[in-house]
Design a binder for this molecule. Structure first.
Ligand code: OAD
Length: 253
């Protein structure tokens, strides 16, 4: 791993335009469970039952109770970990331009990243199904399910459910980021949900280097990605950021 940490830091420093694609794995060390694998949310719930737009529309109360209210407890108390902070530091250094995240937890923004594309939306805002008005989740009374707007309509979270398309603006911006970067860091995603998983492929096809940080290989490993830094995102990013700092300091000497 140490060799790959060094190589990754060298790639970062020598790149002109770094973009990151992140998934649930980056927030595991912040206490938010992933979707797939051991301890994942989809071990407990059937995604088609709780995360499909048809299920939500048929029975919003059930979906709110089962999934979203459970996640809220984790989302309101979670704090960015070393991986989020590392990416924020890379943006601060002018190296990282954009984070494309599949996560709805807002932890990249909390860590300090300014250019974040929330590919699957966000849990920070709710939208009324009747009048369309938006409200911050923290402002809404979630003790009664399903939560309702002043107009009486049911609120939905502003995240993308299965069966929904990615908002055009987010998809367009992500495709541009992927096709213009010269290095893409793919952190903590199983890379199996499309179209997010296609972003590293676009990057690679456009000539960029793709590096993964993940304890497990993914379908991108050895095909789309050049390197897999095999380990937890927080631990790996802490070391990568330190090494980036060391290389920059050395160059300035
Ligand atoms: P997954 O749950 O599919 O994958 C999580 C990935 O994180 C796996 O590859 C794990 O090996 C890795 N991982 C676990 N712990 C880690 C750690 N400490 N550091 C780094 N990586 C770690 O999550 P996503 O790929 O984000 O979509 O899932 C994609 C989409 O599927 C989600 O956005 C969500 C879900 O259904 C919707 O709900 C629309």
């Amino acid at each position: 791993m140490e060799d790959f940490i060094k190589k990754t830091a060298e790639y970062i420093v020598s790149s002109k335009h770094v973009v990151a694609l992140t998934g649930a794995g980056i927030s595991v060390e912040s206490g938010i469970p992933p979707f797939r694998g051991k301890g994942g949310l989809w071990e407990k719930f059937d995604p088609m039952e709780v995360a499909h737009i048809d299920s939500f529309m048929n029975n919003p109360e059930k979906v709110w109770r089962l999934l979203i209210s459970e996640m809220k407890e984790l989302l309101v108390s979670a704090k960015p970990n070393a991986a989020h902070l590392g990416l924020a530091r890379l943006e601060e250094l002018g190296l990282l331009k954009t984070v494309i995240t599949q996560n709805i937890d807002g932890l990249h923004q909390m860590a300090g990243n300014k250019d974040v594309i929330e590919f699957h939306g966000s849990f920070a805002w709710l939208r009324c199904l009747d009048c369309g008005s938006r409200e911050q989740t923290v402002e809404v009374d979630l003790s009664h399910m399903p939560p309702r707007c002043d107009c009486g309509g049911i609120y939905r979270p502003e995240c993308v459910f299965f069966g929904e398309t990615i908002p055009m603006q987010d998809l367009d911006r992500s495709q541009i980021a992927a096709s213009t970067c010269d290095l893409m860091l793919v952190v903590g995603t199983s890379a199996i949900v499309q179209p997010a998983a296609f972003m590293p492929v676009i990057a690679k096809q456009s000539g960029a280097t793709v590096i993964e940080i993940n304890p497990e290989p993914t379908p991108l490993t050895g095909t789309t990605s050049t390197l897999l830094v095999q380990g937890k995102a927080g631990k790996a990013m802490r070391k990568i950021t330190a090494e980036v700092g060391r290389i920059i300091a050395e160059k300035q000497r």
